[in-house]
Design a protein around this ligand. Structure first.
Ligand code: UDP
Length: 479
């Protein structure tokens, strides 16, 4: 009598925001595709409406393979964390509630083969790793260059003779990470990390950097052709000694369950109709991600720049960080005259759109992005030219990756989005450059091919995932 194959059961825990949730659900979908059972642990309450919507769609799309468990986190007083950003508050709240996880994990009816959690939980999960009884893996939602920076922070901090090393002191003019051709200039380091005093992001980076090596591996949404140098430096132990394997499973594919809700279809269907009427490669798509509000002072120049560029455009604007709070009309901000001119050339919306459908539309020829890693990798899969306009966090480090790979441009003079108002004529100049640059288009086309190979049949993602599933099956037979 043959012994039935043990089911592979993987638990996933994300932190907050679409930029973390999307890669979590997409990675879970990869494992579902290979027959694994998935448990999704959902920190409650959920910050944004887009997160609630996509979680429901994900769970209802795989009723037989996915179980969901609520993880009721203990509320924190925002003053104790010193932040007014609901997403940062949520990161910290989840981190401080992690001790409540082990009873949840041990109560699961099928034992776990692996636990995959968000990068912002590295050190807190490390503190309970001996109570999980299965391998633990980090899901890193940014570039391999950014992962190298995070890993190298512990080395830099160690070189600081001060009693309490502070990033503003130990980060010099540039960081030369071993194994990298180009250093990371101080000006590209996430601003919150360098801020005088102490903040939750800084503490998280410092603590997490030290604990990366406590886990069994890191999944990263990247691939050899895009970030070969960084992946090699990490996996050859050049960045830090004892780094666990870094599994390049990118670019993660978007899935059926991501199609926007019925309520949002209204906006998407007319956007798609409008795109259908435009010539191939003629439209500029502008979006600064899921939670970056464009500053009032910048919005007017953004509109002027788009108009002056002479291209048709689809512009997604956010006026509030959390979508539930969007209440103001764009016309109130732009004024009716400018709004009228905007409408002559383009489409402007405030709704959460189906970004992949837009990027995949033949009419779209350029993408003005803040440089969030999901937006970048989604775009690379579609081979559209990129203009990066970093607003904060890891986005300058990601912009460097894009510039080095030859698929996009970045004007360093623009600084961080919060630093200064970039004039309309500057914006128009860069948009024209992005849209007309033939070498970008050729390179973007080549990278698209490489991306599709990496996540296609027999590609690097499939090889890695199949190998891990086999390894986990063997482990469960031994135990
Ligand atoms: N996104 C989307 N529609 C929107 C805004 C964002 O589908 O209107 C998705 C986008 O495709 C990406 C994620 O939300 O998967 C945003 O992640 P990213 O890392 O690009 O930036 P973040 O929003 O975290 O700054």
């Amino acid at each position: 009598m043959s012994v039935p194959e043990p089911a592979v059961h993987v638990a996933f825990l994300s932190s907050a925001g679409m930029g973390h949730l999307n890669p979590c659900l997409r990675l879970a979908s990869v494992f579902l595709r290979y027959g694994c059972k998935v448990t999704l642990i959902i920190p409650k309450p959920i910050v944004s409406l887009s997160e609630s919507n996509i979680i429901s769609r994900f769970c209802s799309s795989f009723p037989d393979q996915v179980s969901q468990i609520d993880f009721n986190i203990t509320p924190l007083d925002p003053n104790t964390v010193n932040t007014n950003d609901p997403f940062f508050l949520q990161y910290e709240t989840i981190r401080r509630s992690v001790h409540l996880l082990s009873p949840i994990l041990s109560s699961l009816s099928t034992s776990l083969s692996a636990f995959i959690f968000d990068v912002f939980l590295v050190s807190s999960i490390a503190s309970i790793v001996d109570k999980i009884f299965c391998p633990s893996y980090i899901n890193f939602s940014s570039s391999a260059r950014m992962l190298s920076f995070l890993a190298y922070v512990s080395v830099l901090a160690d070189s600081d003779p001060g009693i309490q090393p502070h990033p503003s002191t130990f980060v010099g003019d540039a960081i030369q990470i071993p194994g990298f051709t180009l250093p990371i200039p101080r000006s590209s380091v996430p601003p919150l990390f360098l801020l005088e005093g102490s903040n939750s992001f800084q503490r998280m980076m410092m603590e997490d950097s030290l604990k990366l090596t406590k886990h069994d591996g890191v999944f990263i949404n990247s691939f050899e052709e895009l970030e070969g140098e960084a992946l090699a430096a990490l996996n050859e132990g050049k960045v830090v000694r004892g780094m666990p394997p870094v599994y390049a499973i990118g670019p993660l594919m978007t899935c059926e369950f991501e199609n926007v809700d019925q309520a949002q279809k209204g906006c998407m269907s007319w956007i798609l109709e409008w795109l259908n009427e435009r010539a191939e490669g003629s439209v500029v798509y502008v979006s600064l991600g899921s939670r970056t509000e464009t500053r009032r002072e910048q919005i007017k120049d953004m509109a002027l720049g788009l108009i002056e560029s002479g291209y048709s455009f689809l512009w997604v604007v956010k006026l509030k960080r959390v979508d539930r709070e969007e209440d103001e009309g764009l016309e109130d901000v732009l004024g009716s005259e400018l709004m009228g001119k905007v409408r002559e050339r383009g489409v402007v919306v405030k709704e959460f759109v189906d970004q992949m459908k837009i990027l995949g539309h033949p009419a779209v020829g350029g993408f003005v992005t803040h440089g969030g890693w999901n937006s970048i990798t989604e775009n690379i899969r579609e081979g559209v030219n990129i203009l990066t306009w970093p607003q904060g966090g890891d986005q300058k480090i990601n912009a460097e990756v894009i510039r080095m790979s030859g698929v996009g441009i970045w004007d360093e003079e623009w600084g961080w989005g919060t630093q200064k108002v970039v004039e309309g004529k500057e914006i128009a100049k860069r948009i024209k450059e992005m849209m007309s640059n033939e070498s970008l288009r050729v390179k973007a086309g080549e990278m698209k091919e490489a991306a599709r190979k990496a996540c296609g049949v027999g590609g690097s993602c499939e090889l890695i995932v199949k190998r891990l599933i086999e390894e986990w099956k063997r482990n469960s037979q031994v135990n």
